[in-house]
Design a binder for this molecule. Structure first.
Ligand code: DX5
Ligand code: ZN
Length: 219
């Protein structure tokens, strides 16, 4: 089954409450929280996302999917654990070595959240394999992290297929999430390749009817 995680990165300021309610009514499966620190990526959304994610938690019961695009992963995990997310995903590229990756995996699990690891477009998929038995989700970035509204990099389709084959061959129980440039034109390809959680921001927030677009993306 395909699930949809709506990225609220480009949600219209001042219209947060009505947008959140409408997305909940339209049955988004998660709210995707893009946390940027101005260092791992240029943009800085850190404080806005803490505030907005806490607000969503207060007014909605939908699960929160935190995507940390930060250099200081430990601080990001600790700050966002306070909003009781369903899942926290950090970038493999932000970790200094294998030991640190396992330290972050355990820190998240010990605090009753699920764990995801994200990889940027230029990172080889093989680099994630050794962590897969210990995490709940792999996030394959289909654009360069940093901003919404970009075009999906088509080479990422093969990367998703390769990961899916590996997951099946090794009988792993793991979600494959894709993020960046997901819309009605690209969703079919990523689903065929093996993704089961689709992050979408622009395509959903720009649509005139959230329910229709979410249903279409899920089909
Ligand atoms: C990019 C973010 C995404 C992105 C998704 O760094 O991780 O979540 O904003 O937005 P769209 O759907 O606009 O590509
Ligand atoms: Zn994201």
């Amino acid at each position: 089954m395909t699930e949809i995680s709506t990225s609220i990165l480009n949600m219209v300021k001042g219209k947060e409450t009505e947008t959140i309610f409408a997305l909940e009514q339209a049955k988004t499966d998660y709210f995707h929280i893009d946390v940027m620190d101005g260092k791992f990526v240029k943009k800085d959304t850190y404080n806005y996302m803490i505030k907005t994610a806490s607000y969503i938690k207060r007014i909605s019961s939908m699960p929160i999917d935190v995507h940390l695009m930060v250099e200081d992963v430990k601080k990001g995990i600790e700050d966002f654990l306070s909003i009781d997310p369903n899942i926290i995903t950090f970038h493999l590229e932000a970790c200094k070595d294998e030991e640190e990756v396992f330290k972050f995996i355990n820190l998240i699990k010990q605090n009753n959240s699920r764990v995801g690891i994200a990889i940027k477009p230029e990172t080889n998929i093989e680099e994630i394999y050794k962590y897969l038995p210990y995490i709940h989700m792999c996030l394959v970035m289909t654009v360069e992290p940093g901003k919404g509204g970009q075009t999906l990099i088509s080479e990422m389709i093969n990367k998703i297929s390769t990961l899916k084959e590996y997951v099946e061959k090794n009988n792993l129980d793991i979600d494959i999430e894709v993020d960046g440039g997901i819309n009605l034109k690209t969703c079919e390809k990523v689903k065929m390749a093996g993704a089961n959680i689709l992050v979408s921001g622009t395509a959903i927030l720009m649509a005139s009817n959230y329910k229709n677009i979410i249903d279409e993306l899920k089909k």
